[in-house]
Write a protein that binds this ligand. Sequence first.
Ligand code: ADP
Ligand code: MG
Length: 664
Amino acid sequence: MGRIVGIDLGTTNSVIGVLEAGRPVVIANCEGSRTTPSVVGYTKESELLVGQLARRQLVLNPRNTFSNLKRFVGRSWDELDENSLSVAYSVRANDQGNVRITCPATEREYAPEELVGSIIRKLIDDAETYLGESIESAVVTVPAYFNDAQRQATRDAAVLAGIKVERILNEPTAAALAYGFDRSSSSRVLVFDLGGGTFDVSLMRVSNGVFDVKSTCGDTQLGGNDFDQRIVDWLAEQFLKKNSIDLRRDRQALQRLSEAAEKAKQELSGVQSVPISLPFIATGKDGPLHIEANLDRSKFESLCIDLLDRLLLPVQTALSDSGWSSDDIDEVVLVGGSTRMPMVQQLVRTLVPNQPSQSVNPDEVVAIGAAVQAGILSGDLRDLLLNDVTPLSLGLETVGGLMKVLIPRNTPIPVRQSDVFSTSVANQPSVEIHVWQGERQLAADNKSLGRFRLSGIPPAPRGVPQVQVAFDIDANGLLEVSATDRTTGRKQSVNINGGSNLNQDEINKILAEAKSKANDDRRRRASIDSRNNALTLVAQAERRLRDAALELGPYGAERQQRAVEISMRDVQDLLDSNNLKELELAVSSLQEALFGLNRRLAAEKRTDSNPLQGIKNTFGSLKDELFSDDYWDDDPWDYSNRDYIDRRNSPRRDLDPWDNDIYR
Ligand code: ADP
Ligand code: MG
């Protein structure tokens, strides 16, 4: 089996990890950061951007930049509340009631899974570069509270990225794996995960490599974004009162407000008061308007009291489902960037008296756990066993619209459960199996996962036919339902994918399109790369010619100098006429010519009896500097190929290779 990576596909940030020499590590992306913003965008020229680059264009290109996509994954239009829809890009429902995201730059609509697929692809691409091998499969984490449709949709997103999902793993379980995989003692752990868009709680027992999840609960529509929104509203209301302009109606202003709010929120985790300054945020009758405000921590906390309240219930529910009391908890593991807020930490302490564990980085712990799970699946890690549970009850609709639960929530998975049902009227030829997920008594109050019909039931009085319905949940938490008529043996089974946004045809279509797109992108990238290579080599050659003239005089190494000049001119001409086909050849002859010249210069340096000693002495320090290794290592203008071949070891690793500033 090839290597399996672990992916934490967050609402705000995504992280990829892998097992290296038996230990899980996080892989930095090609921009050099360990977390990648879960943002996808298209430039005005329809070029796809993912991560930091996309995030950077949030303010300037809000309609074509998509963040917080996870809240749309696997959800139908009807399920979205107003809060989820408050994004700067356009979201709409298609004919089937599925969520579609409109992108003006590409004049296309995307399913959320498709855009999330691009994030997965970027993580995988960067990991492949790092590992130097191709990756085909991954463990992908989801909030424990994700329902079946959301899990299916997450798997679809990976499929669209060309990745096989070996396991869908619950985020808090992943966190516990990361926390406990090298601990031998037995403890009861509460994982409290508050990220950008979701909240998850899980209780589990970790003991000698065995992870038993006891219960899990959460809120898929609660996270750091909601805290940002409070600051946005606070600022916008004040502005509205003062200037009669609602900034939330202007996409760019809204985006700037959101960014400033998030920044202020994060800073308030460290200090008591922060200034917020947004110059030129709008234009009024008398010219430009600005925001200058001060937010202190207590004010911020007072804006968020009800959000804190919403954190309580899932913790209490998880505790009561597990049968443990808060005194039984040995460890609290805090996960997610939002647990850095002092008010959240304080709340946790009022729930469970112990000091939360600081041993794992809240941003990386989920990806680390996913990498551990990947190691278990690939057989690299032994002696670890994970027993997870299903987060929500599953059942079917019976007479009167009641929900008959077959698998109650927090049942360990994988699991198979069946029950026998009958007809409700005489001579009923078929029955409809309507599958629901949720905790409400009336089926219609829960989430419909799908329905199918078992027909061909022989005529019989009401209540006589026996239809056996079986629910199977695999280790990913994904459900398959089957119904069998016991008289005829007729069987009907379905993989439930009612809530998934895409059917197989659509997935195939997108995959085909992506493939041709990827070739285009690769070609475009390759051509940009080769142009840049050529440009930097020309700059280098010019400099080296100047050195040679200083060093040896204009005719000191005439043959080599000429050779460089001629090849340089060739490269320049091909660049001007954009002839990329022949450029490569010309670049390599220029490289060769430069090599000749460099060698000549080096030889010159070694020869003591140089007739141009005088000149040499005059410029000696410059030349020595030029030839010392340090100089070349630090030279920000030296674009010898090393930057492309091994960007990771280059000192510019943290620079964005597409940032035009450094090429200009
Ligand atoms: P997700 O799992 O949803 O991708 P993360 O765990 O990466 O989310 O957390 C992202 C959230 O954490 C964002 O809302 C971000 O503003 C918030 N966050 C990050 N650092 C801090 C901080 N120092 N104080 C408060 N919130 C923070
Ligand atoms: Mg997370």
